[in-house]
Design a protein around this ligand. Sequence first.
Ligand code: COA
Length: 452
Amino acid sequence: MNETREFSRTTLEDLCEELQKNTSIDASRNKTEVKRGLRNSDGSGVMAGLTKVCNVHGYVMNEGEKAPVPGRLIYRGIDIYDLVDGCQKEGRFGYEETVWLLLFGKLPTKAQLEGFQSLLSSYRDLPEYFAEDTILKAPSPNIMNKMARAVLTLYSYDDNPDDTSMQNNLQQSIQLIASVPTIMSYAYQVKRRYYDNDNMVFHPFKDGLSTSESILYSLRDDSSYTREEALLLDLCLILHAEHGGGNNSTFTTRVLSSSGTDIYSAIGAAIGSLKGPRHGGANAKVTEMQNAVKQNVKNWEDEEEVRAFLMKIARGEAGDGSGLIYGMGHAVYTMSDPRAVLLKKTAYPLAEKQGFGPEFRLLETIEKLAPDVLAEVRGIDKTLCANVDMYSGLVYRALRIPPELFTPIFAVARMAGWCAHRMEELYTCRRIIRPAYKSVMPEQPYVAISDR
Ligand code: COA
């Protein structure tokens, strides 16, 4: 199964040369004639639709220029700070309430919430033989890859997969939201056994647990966790549940949904999008980058030494060579990402208690120095802040969650936002998303093969 069949070096070099000759597009035309990355010239996103699901607010326009403001994240009209505060004040889990809010547009009553919690709890299990046939027999070294494949496979376990009516789609959405934590945990256990030569531990899901408790219960060998840990993971799920219609994976969901395709195709594609290192995959990349800093910087408290290494990362001479300082920057936020602010504040006590204090402070140093470094090396003069991924990886490590699950946990949480946006697309837009590409390829005659 692991066998990769590589082309010979010369074949590959020849093919790349052929491709390279015919694919380059004049960068200046790309900049002037195209809304590259679907961005306007001022850096704001091209307006692709209206939504009631979420507002991501990171700047105001002042005389045609973007003026930085503190970031705000608003789920269905409710500020994320208030939503989190409401649950934290009462010491209760908030992810299930957030899912309801995102799907239905209003906070649930106590009775609605209790009913919804038990509905989710009763759908954690996968269809009969699904785990054996789909996960155990076809492991993947990458959990996001396995999750996307598993979600696509659920199509064939559904008697009515292509019915996009509200009733059917809502039922499919709730079942997916409930069962992806199970898919993630099983995929991880199988990966551990198959690729890491470790033990595989399956705990049957326990009724009545919140989503975050279910995750910790299923991942830990002895199933034990503290309430403080479960509440911190619950906060991570709330903060990752939704982020507007324009982020890459949600837009992917909307693009696919606009074609009228089934939910499994749309969500499978969204998982593929989230896996990318510029999107959800950045949380694992931050840890990778932090490890590189830890290995190359002797004194983490010496800002000059950290700065010198960040310069190397920004020049593409260190880290993964991309020139990106992961965990920094955002398409919308400028002064602050409220998710990073909330995570940092809530996670610090547990991180400190678990001995992660120095690493936490190293991330703070990176956050402080990166804007200057990027301005100097890359000429990026916009206000840059730490994004949610800067601190989420460290929080997961403090929760003893392995790095290969950082992005999958993001996907588990975001399932709520994807489903809410899919329904909005299906029931309010009703037009296939279809932007344009201008052809810049000169015409050429078809030449008979004997004459080429
Ligand atoms: N490191 C290096 N370069 C960065 C950067 C970073 N952290 N953040 C922004 N930039 C660059 C962009 O690549 C872009 O360069 P280009 O004009 O040569 O393409 C320029 O700065 C302006 O980017 P901007 O419009 O502010 O952001 P964007 O919308 O193109 O990209 C991100 C947003 C999130 C993809 C970008 O900030 C990034 O790659 N950050 C690092 C990865 C990350 O943490 N992702 C998690 C997002 S929650």
